[in-house]
Design a protein around this ligand. Structure first.
Ligand code: C2E
Ligand code: MG
Ligand code: MG
Length: 633
């Protein structure tokens, strides 16, 4: 009796251990031997053992599961925190809101910029127009007409300052499963400012703050599209290059700034002012008649002449302008016509002597000349900038006594935009009249001296004779420019000959004399070109530091048959030699002339018979003896 009771008691004890999860102890309680007979008690023990096993297995499984669940919860919590940090530290503006704009949540960026409590998103729009646009688009989203909407607009931040945001909005579910709007904004303020700055730069001149060429074109087109009459004024600063050369670019810039300021003070609000390029300004005047324009131009040309104080030098630099104008529609209805005619009128004004103004006058007698000068000027300006329009040619100069080519004359060639040649006798005087000759001469000097360095490097030593016009020789910067080039290209100055041409244009003989003396002291040689034509040549012969005198070709062409010319050439040559200089005869076109010159005692000859001008200097130098050409015979 005691045994069954003990067994029953063990079962009860084991069962009591189960709620406490003490499965091992429970199993030990049940581990006593059961009787041989399968009585009820042993069935109870068996079932309890089974239940204990099952419960233990279940418990282990539950424990495992809850463990992994905890791990998952930890991961989720961590990633949620990460996400929140990400959202808060993001440069993006992130807001959730109801369809009526009521803000539900926002990230730190939004909060910092707009400072909570900002209850309604739509209150932040700067303009009613963009607020309305936003609401219309939200309606589209609400009505399922689209999945995402986008809108960029200006907002007022906490301090009332504009901030430009680009928003993308979509519908999402909140934690309770309700539809709300998620709006993500990007700050485009800086980009917008950069774009505005670029846009400004595209139409304006940063130096003077007034319009540039594009701004001018835009404003003129507006007037042409909307007004029946008006005017285009073209302004050019007189001798601007000289101001730049003499006082430096900063002074040049200040002159341009001062002119732009005077211009600004002289025009109406509706007028537009621009700097086209360099020292060229324009004014577009809508709605103006000829008599009003005259008064305006008179006032303008007075106001735009001024002076600038140079504190370093303690002196004033004076400047003035030439002004031309064309009337709309009388002188043109397109930008091209108007600018050309205003520019031509400016040439007319410049021709009068600078500091002048002129309205385009199509009836003037010299219109064709003005048009040609104008076209040539724009071609020359392009040639100075591009590399394909100017080219140097070289023509041999022959020493009759030694029967060798002694040096080469550099001759400039110009082709127009259609590839046709333009002759020096046309473009050099035009460059003269339009004040471009100094730039042309400097271009030639630079390229010729660079060429001299190249032929020297190749081991051949020839002199180059470079034509320089009188206006260039009158500038007090000429010796410095020449010396800089000699230094730059490392050439021997005694292999450079400067040919003084266009002597008719000499205004300041003293300056030419000073400059030629200075350069000849540094070893450069000087030649007087086209001697025998023009009035003052004889006096030049006495005063200038010359090494060569070139007899004008008109005395040489028919030398064999013209006895007068023979006498003239012979006596000129004697006189030249008496001054210790040597004579070069130009335009030697045949053998007979060459022999005649020899007979008359002339030392040097140049002309098509000796060799015609050619761009291939190296080739000519390589075959240098003297092979007469038949060209021109
Ligand atoms: P120039 O200095 O008296 O140059 C001689 C001109 O005579 C050149 O004309 C040359 O091509 C031409 N010529 C040479 N041999 C003969 C010949 O046997 N017969 C004839 N009929 N003509 C001959 P090009 O090149 O047309 O130049 C004309 C003028 O333009 C030059 O006269 C010179 O005063 C000026 N020039 C040319 N190149 C330059 C330059 O680079 N700078 C400056 N300032 N003036 C230049
Ligand atoms: Mg010459
Ligand atoms: Mg000549």
């Amino acid at each position: 009796m005691l045994n069954p009771l003990r067994r029953l008691f063990s079962v009860v004890e084991a069962l009591n251990l189960l709620p406490k999860h003490e499965y091992k102890e429970a199993k030990e309680k049940l581990s006593g031997r059961s009787g041989v007979l399968q009585d009820e008690l042993s069935l109870l023990e068996k079932s309890t053992r089974f239940v204990t096993h099952e419960l233990e297995a279940l418990h282990i499984e539950v424990e495992d599961k809850s463990h992994s669940l905890q791990e998952q919860i930890a991961v989720i919590t961590r990633s949620q925190a990460f996400l929140e940090r990400l959202i808060d530290s993001s440069h993006l503006f992130i807001v959730t809101q109801q369809f009526d704009g009521t803000i539900l949540t926002c990230n730190a960026r939004f909060e910092n910029e707009f400072k909570r409590p900002t209850s309604n998103f739509t209150d932040l729009f700067m303009s009613d127009e963009s607020r309305k646009m936003f609401q219309d688009r939200i309606d589209l989203l609400k009505g399922n007409h689209c999945e995402v909407i986008q809108l960029d607009a200006e907002f007022a931040n906490d301090q009332g300052l504009p901030i430009y945001l680009d928003w993308t909005c979509s519908i999402v579910d909140d934690e309770k499963g309700r539809n709300i709007i998620l709006a993500i904004g990007i700050d485009l303020t800086q980009r917008k400012r950069d774009e505005e700055a670029l846009e400004w730069l595209a139409n304006n001149d940063p130096l003077t703050g007034i319009g540039n060429r594009r701004g001018f074109q835009h404003d003129l087109q507006k007037v042409l599209d909307t007004q029946r009459n008006g005017a285009v004024v073209f302004i050019d600063v007189n001798r601007f290059k000289q101001i730049n050369d003499l006082y430096g670019h900063t002074v040049g810039d200040n002159v341009l700034i001062q002119i732009a300021e005077s211009l600004r003070a002289s025009v109406r609000l509706t007028d537009s002012i621009s700097r086209l390029a360099g020292d060229e300004f324009t004014v577009v005047l809508p709605n103006i008649k000829a008599d009003q324009l005259e008064k305006f131009l008179q006032k303008l040309s007075e106001k735009l002449c001024g002076q600038l104080f140079l504190s370093r030098e303690g002196r004033w630099v004076e400047y003035s302008v030439s002004v031309g104008a064309a009337l709309i529609p009388l002188h043109g209805t397109t930008e091209q016509e108007l600018i050309v005619h205003a520019d031509m009128a400016m040439y007319q004004a410049k021709k009068k002597g600078g500091d002048q103004w002129q309205i385009f006058d199509p009836s003037t007698n010299d219109l064709a000349d003005i048009r040609r000068d104008h076209d040539l000027t724009s071609l020359l300006k392009q040639a100075l900038k591009r590399t394909d329009l100017f080219e140097l040619n070289y023509q041999p100069i022959y020493c009759i006594k030694s029967e060798t080519v002694s040096h080469y004359e550099v001759l400039l060639r110009l082709t127009d935009l259609n590839g046709n040649p333009v002759y020096p006798n046309d473009f050099i005087p035009a460059a003269e009249r339009m004040g471009l000759i100094r730039l042309v001469d400097e271009w030639v000097l630079d390229h010729a001296i660079s060429k001299l360095a190249t032929i020297w490097e190749a081991g051949t030593h020839f002199s180059l004779s470079i034509n320089i016009s009188a206006p260039t020789l009158q500038s007090n910067t000429f010796p410095e420019i020449l010396n800089n080039l000699i230094r730059k290209y490392q050439v021997d100055p005694s292999y450079i000959i400067i040919e003084l041409t266009e002597t008719a244009y000499i205004e300041n003989f003293q300056m030419v004399l000073t400059n030629l003396t200075r350069i000849s002291e540094s070893g450069v040689m000087v030649a007087l070109d086209d001697f025998g034509v023009g009035f003052s040549s004889f006096s030049y012969l006495k005063k200038l530091p010359l090494s060569y005198v070139k007899l004008d070709g008109s005395y040489i062409l028919d030398l064999e048959n013209n006895l007068d010319n023979q006498v003239f050439v012979e006596s000129l040559n004697k006189m030249v030699n008496a001054f210790g200089m040597r004579t070069i005869a130009e335009f030697v076109e045949d053998e007979v002339t060459l022999r005649k010159l020899e007979e008359l005692g002339v030392e040097y000859a140049q002309g098509y018979y000796i060799g015609k001008p050619s761009p291939d200097l190296s080739e000519m130098v390589a075959g240098a003896g003297f092979e007469p050409t038949t060209f021109g015979l």
